[in-house]
Design a protein around this ligand. Structure first.
Ligand SMILES: Nc1ncnc2c1ncn2[C@@H]1O[C@H](COP(=O)(O)OP(=O)(O)OP(=O)(O)O)[C@@H](O)[C@H]1O
Ligand SMILES: [Mg+2]
Length: 306
């Protein structure tokens, strides 16, 4: 009897060792297979300042530069990237979480070549996933990393836990501001929260709906002055996008401005921002791989409910 128990324990011990080795082997295989992907969050604090238009148009511009780009709609309340792109996805991330679809099956490719991961309320379920489900989601994302160069995460308005978790899981954070006092105070509040609570200290700023590039730069400097005085952060000016009726028109037509009005001022600005992003140094250390983004996202949301 005792001998049997000892054997069982030994067996379990071996099993544990074997499983651990298998885990490590999987990890190494994954690492050697995967390549760094730029994972960029687009946030703002205040709503309606142009996050989704920036995500879509900068994303398409990157596609036009030869990059393979996936845009993830992380706005759970008002998922609207599909509307701007004029595509009608049947499935979303909740179907991947439920194990009904693979990530490849839910991704929709817009005519511009930009790929979309439709968000919907499924993402919120990240907080309720079991360890096995989490692993499945992470695997689903690791499998697409061969096919993409950039993942853009369009977040919702506000500074809810979900927006914060998405943003801090990304390697790069773009904050869109416009010339309104509440846009600056909300952007500041968001930066402060990410810096104070999560040690994020690098942010890229895009000034949208400005009259001139100078006005955009002045807006950036206004925000930079306050963060310099009170926080330990570095803000970088990623560019300015003029207020442009063509952009409004493109929203109505459900055709992104860089496609519908490629010579318009806003389209030109989107393209030069994309060129800048294309020149950002690629982060190759841990965290530059897409599965780490998802791992972090799952981990952070788990902490939230703990
Ligand atoms: N450069 C611009 N010129 C003119 N209008 C603009 C510009 N950028 C954005 N807009 C207007 O602002 C509206 C909101 O833009 P968008 O949906 O991209 O903002 P958002 O930050 O994603 O909003 P939300 O916080 O609700 O997600 C657009 O429908 C458009 O009418
Ligand atoms: Mg939006």
């Amino acid at each position: 009897m005792n001998l049997m128990i000892t054997k069982k324990i030994m067996k379990r011990g071996w099993l544990k060792v074997m499983l651990k080795q298998q885990d490590q082997a999987d990890g190494i295989r994954r690492m050697s297979k995967s390549k760094p992907v730029r994972v960029i969050a687009v946030a703002s604090g205040k709503g309606g300042v142009g996050k989704t238009n920036v995500s879509v148009n900068v994303g398409i511009s990157l596609v036009q530069m030869g990059q393979r780009v996936v845009l993830m709609d992380a706005d759970m309340g008002l998922a609207n990237v599909d509307i701007l792109l004029g595509v009608y996805p049947k499935y979303n991330l909740s179907h991947v979480l439920a194990g009904e679809k693979t990530l490849d099956e839910i991704m929709v490719t817009a005519p511009s070549g930009l790929k979309l991961i439709p968000g919907a309320s499924g993402i919120q379920k990240m907080t309720e996933l079991s360890t096995i489900e989490q692993a499945a989601v992470i695997r689903a994302f690791s499998e697409i990393d061969q096919q993409i160069d950039v993942l853009i995460v369009d977040t919702a308005a506000g500074i809810s836990a979900s927006v914060v978790n998405f943003s801090r899981a990304c390697q790069e954070i773009i904050i869109v501001i416009c010339d309104e006092p509440t846009s600056l105070t909300d952007a500041y509040a968001f930066i402060k929260l990410l810096n104070r609570d999560y040690a994020c200290n690098n942010f890229h700023i895009i000034a949208n709906m400005v009259q001139t590039v100078q006005q955009g730069r002045a807006l950036f400097q206004k925000l930079n002055k306050v963060t310099d005085n009170y926080l330990d952060v570095t803000l970088q000016f990623a560019g300015a996008i003029p207020y442009d009726e063509y952009l409004r028109e493109s929203v109505k037509k459900q055709t992104p401005v860089v496609i519908g009005f490629p010579r318009s001022k806003s389209a030109q600005a989107m393209k030069s921002i994309a060129t800048k992003i294309g020149n950002w140094p690629l982060k190759t250390q841990a965290g530059g791989y897409i599965e780490f983004f998802i791992e972090r996202m799952v981990k952070y949301s788990q902490k939230d409910i703990a």
